[in-house]
Ligand binder design. Structure first.
Ligand SMILES: NC(=O)c1ccc[n+]([C@@H]2O[C@H](COP(=O)([O-])OP(=O)(O)OC[C@H]3O[C@@H](n4cnc5c(N)ncnc54)[C@H](OP(=O)(O)O)[C@@H]3O)[C@@H](O)[C@H]2O)c1
Length: 335
């Protein structure tokens, strides 16, 4: 049997557990069907992927779960070879165990290797909503509410339903507001990271606290949902500095993004339903790392190019999407 999976470099979490340095994203961006994504997951397991970034709100966990179950039944992988991550959606912050049990049932995985709080507030938007959608019940971040959600995640660890807790879409002010009160410290934090959006300060904060950064939209998500497309956005993979490195090496700019991510120390979770692409993404992180000089060139590509503005989560009275990201160092809208 192909032993690519064994050769994928591993990252060590704070618990000492080893996980692959790359995972596969499973969000279809409201464009790709659950069946197509499940088929890609099936191919990806056979290609050597072992880590999958799932979420209840992606609407495809049952289809992906069938793929996991089949791969295990066929002896392609053991459950313990897989690192399955999923997330509680914003409308289930008061019923985390129920949400987690449903994800585990749908994914047919028995337990989750990592369970994320997808967003740090309970502001719900419907799947596939457009960019102008607002929920009148939305409210600013509350440390107390967040801690209540987190405590429920800690209970899941104690019950053995979840191995690690993950955070997502956090900021330094929000982390500082809660970190000392977290009994079981988070193992990872999933945030947007690509060459033109490096979140250096947050990245350094996470590493200093032994929280593994996981980088979503590692390629700059060229097919992201309409609501996340703004005329001012930059297409990372078309930036000349990146294209030049790719051309010199005779590889695709996507491969350069992934080599950069892994060498910097975040775990990228690229999405692809194209076999050639997901195979080449895995191959990219297994050979020919970038040179220090190339790393420096990419470090210089930072453009504050946040693609997920999150405006659909804004509460009544908020100014605009910048309020979600605490850019002035204070938690916006919080009492
Ligand atoms: N925590 C959160 O709030 C959050 C938010 C957003 C995303 N995520 C996670 O992050 C994952 C990745 O983000 P994303 O899917 O938005 O963006 P992405 O991984 O940056 O980009 C995916 C796009 O790139 C294309 N692509 C992939 N490999 C390629 C290659 N080698 N060459 C050329 N094109 C390539 C894919 O097309 P093909 O399918 O045609 O290859 C797809 O359109 C998601 O799937 C999800 O799991 C999490």
């Amino acid at each position: 049997m192909d032993n690519t999976a064994q050769k994928v470099p591993q990252v060590t979490l704070r618990t000492g557990e080893q996980i692959p340095c790359i995972g596969m994203g499973t969000f279809g961006s409201d464009r790709v069907s659950p069946e197509q994504i499940a088929a890609a997951a099936a191919g990806a397991i056979r290609a050597g992927y072992r880590m999958f970034d799932c979420a209840a709100c992606y609407g495809n966990e049952a289809q992906i779960g069938a793929v996991f179950s089949e791969a295990i039944a066929e002896g392609v992988v053991k459950r313990s070879d897989l690192f399955i991550m999923t997330k509680v959606w914003n409308d289930m912050h008061r019923e985390v165990e129920k949400a987690c049990r449903k994800s585990i049932r749908d994914l047919q995985c028995g337990y989750a290797d990592m369970y994320f709080i997808h967003w740090p507030f309970p502001n719900y938007h419907a799947p596939g909503c457009d960019g102008d959608a607002r929920n009148p019940d939305s409210k600013p971040f509350s440390a107390e509410e967040f801690l209540d959600t987190y405590r429920q995640c800690e209970d899941l660890v104690r019950q053995g339903l979840v191995r690690n807790i993950g955070l997502s879409n956090m900021t330094i002010p929000k982390l500082e507001a809660v970190y000392d009160r977290l009994e079981i410290k988070p193992a990872a934090c999933e945030i947007e990271l690509h060459p033109c959006f490096q979140q250096q300060e947050l990245f350094v904060w996470l590493r200093a606290h032994d929280i593994q950064p996981i980088g979503y939209m590692p390629l700059g998500s060229p097919q992201r949902p309409e609501r996340d497309m703004f005329s001012t956005d930059i297409a990372d993979m078309k930036e000349s500095a990146l294209v030049e490195i790719a051309e010199k090496r005779g590889i695709h700019p996507a491969a350069v993004c992934l080599k950069w991510a892994v060498k910097r120390g975040q775990i990228p979770i690229p999405f692809s339903v194209n076999e050639k692409n997901y195979r080449s993404n895995l191959a990219a992180v297994m050979s020919d790392p970038l040179t220090e000089e190339e790393m420096e060139i990419i470090a210089g590509m930072e453009r504050n190019n946040r693609l997920v503005k999150g405006q659909v989560f804004l509460w009544d009275g908020a100014n605009d999407w910048h309020d979600l990201w605490d850019e002035d160092g204070r938690i916006s809208g919080s009492q």
